[in-house]
Design a protein around this ligand. Sequence first.
Ligand code: SF4
Length: 271
Amino acid sequence: MKVEIREAKSIITKSKIPTIDFVINPYTGCQHGCIYCYAEFMIRFTGHKGEKWGDFLDIKKYDFNKIKPSKYDGKKILLSSVTDPYLPLEKKYENTKKILRALIGTTAEIQILTKSKLVTRDIDLFKKFENIKVGISLNTLDDVFSRVIEPAASKPSDRLMALKKIAEEGIDTYVFISPFFPEITDFEQIIEKAVNFTTNFSFENLNFRTHNIHRINKIITKYKKDLLSKYKKIQKESSYWDFIEMKIKKYCEQKELNYHIEFHHGGFSKS
Ligand code: SF4
């Protein structure tokens, strides 16, 4: 992976996600290498034309002292949308840590979203915010299969341990069950494992895009061959998602969980 330090014009940018006001992406690119990643479109906007998503990482260079915490009071900020704030190289460069430090004092609702156990490093920092939620993304509890679809992210078991640790420190938590892999993501089992550490769950379906459809079909053919015809069917018609959505609603209501379903069949997706 090519790693470069590049000057960034801004670090907190207006969001196109309807429920979020601002997004923070401390890095350009991502080391996690998820096969379904929706952030690949970023290549066009970041001076990496002709390169492959996952082959580069820009460490954004920015004067973090320029961040004015009060500017974001009452707003919602997501960290991050097109990278992971706790990439392996965050250990060395600490951009996420520096940004959070600069934001201390804001009353903004800060949502952290990660697939990395490194998130526990910043527990003391999270405690300095009055309105912060720390979430992990999960779509399987199978540590082996997770390595296939999210090669460099922390194992699901480690992500759950991180969630436990954060919740035990009294910090608000959530689980983003995303992307929901048909016939693979067992959302009930994930909720059972996580429910002692959070009652907030959100859900996003697996989006098949031109850039990822081939990769997804290749992995399904190799590891879950019996599901291939079903996957091809779902790629053409969306009724499967209506069925899953109903199932999720019923389950979450029975268990009195806070839930939010972000099923869509195109448009922008979060990490
Ligand atoms: S899905 Fe998120 S964590 Fe995975 S490669 Fe893309 S940006 Fe990184």
